[in-house]
Design a protein around this ligand. Structure first.
Ligand code: FA5
Length: 339
């Protein structure tokens, strides 16, 4: 019986077979149980001998069953490990990495430049009160210059800001001039009911800049703009100021930079003029200072508003502003900082 059990155990192929063998040999209806049950019919002499032997066979079979079970389990585990093993030497699948949008890259460059020059960065809200977007910038209701910036209204007194200039009024109101001049830039999105075309978008970006203190002059404005242009486009570029009109600056100017493409010689980008218009600026209007509680007799300064979308177009030779807003990764990854 022991030999038969041993053979069957040795040949068992899986855990199910082991269980069946256990039931067959050691179960309630199995031969060993039978022998032990029949002990009462044996003589007192035979009983201990038969009992001892039967117990021995049962223990041996039990031990063999356990050993076989352990072996089979180990084989099973090894097979599973082999199947599930990872080849750590396989090259990985490259994961596409994001990057700042090209316009954000231009804004970041400007913010870095100005913070290096001691400007603070003030970020305003895209949803703005009408008084800050217009009235406090010397643009009373019914002023014809409001037509220059066709506006999306949210309610009758709340609007999507048409420019970052409201931050001029907000910062003038907040600034403590006894602590020194106000030097700030304010980048952000603005909205206008412009019809989209190659150089206009209904949503675009501006970077506002303002310096107000004692003895700030137009020469400071020109010098500052020169630094900006040269930082973005190269050392040879010059800035030219042309008279213009904004209600919140007097005098007002528009700034042109030497065409970075032909360096003033004349090409298609600058329509053969050698110059490209990049921003509006001027000396802060005394009315704007007064309305924000700053004495124009004592303090004065300059402000400018530039369009980083247009800067990015110039810098990278992008011919249509709408390309920036279509989120085509094939277009956007061209401006990968890493590449
Ligand atoms: C203004 O918005 C004034 N707030 C700028 C200013 C600030 C003047 C401080 C004086 C002092 P303007 O409407 O020209 O100005 O816009 C400024 C710049 O924004 C333009 O030079 C241009 O680069 C950009 N811009 C204007 N409209 C659009 C548009 N629809 N799409 C893309 N860029 C635009």
């Amino acid at each position: 019986l022991r030999q038969q059990g041993a053979d069957e155990i040795q040949n068992s192929a899986n855990l199910d077979a082991i269980n069946q063998i256990r039931v067959k040999f050691l179960g309630k209806k199995g031969p060993i149980t039978n022998v032990l049950r029949g002990m009462k019919d044996l003589s007192a002499d035979e009983r201990p001998k038969v009992g001892k032997y039967a117990n021995q066979v049962r223990d041996d079979l039990q031990k063999m069953l356990e050993e076989r079970r352990a072996t089979l389990e180990k084989q099973l585990m090894n097979a599973r490990l082999a199947k599930e093993s990872l080849d750590v030497t396989l090259p990985g699948t490259p994961v596409a990495q994001g990057q700042p949008h090209v316009i954000q890259q231009v804004i970041d460059q400007l913010v870095d430049l100005f913070t290096d020059m001691g400007y603070e960065v003030a970020v305003g809200d895209e949803v703005e009160e009408e008084v800050y977007n217009f009235e406090k910038l010397n643009l009373p209701k019914d002023h014809p210059a409001r037509d220059m910036q066709d506006t999306f209204y949210v309610t009758h007194s709340i609007l999507m800001r048409t420019q970052t200039s409201p931050m001029q009024a907000r910062m003038l109101e907040k600034h403590d001039f006894s602590q020194g001049p106000l030097k700030m830039i304010s980048p952000g999105k603005v909205y206008r009911r412009d019809t989209d075309d190659a150089t206009h978008s209904h949503q675009f970006h501006q970077v506002e800049g303002m310096v107000v203190g004692k003895h700030v002059t137009m020469a400071d404005l020109k010098g500052t703009l020169e630094v900006v242009a040269q930082h973005l486009f190269g050392d040879q570029l010059k800035v030219r100021l042309r008279p213009s009109y904004f209600p919140f600056t007097e005098p007002s100017v528009e700034a042109d930079i030497t065409c970075f493409n032909c360096l003033g010689k004349g090409c298609a980008i600058c329509k053969n003029t050698g110059w490209i218009e990049v921003l509006g600026a001027g000396m802060v209007h005394p009315n704007v200072l007064k309305m924000s509680g700053v004495d124009p007799e004592e303090y004065g300064g300059f402000a400018f508003g530039l369009g980083p979308d247009r800067f990015a177009m110039l810098k990278y030779g992008v011919e249509d502003i709408r390309d920036f807003y279509q989120n085509d990764v094939r277009f956007l990854t061209q401006f990968d900082q890493k590449g």
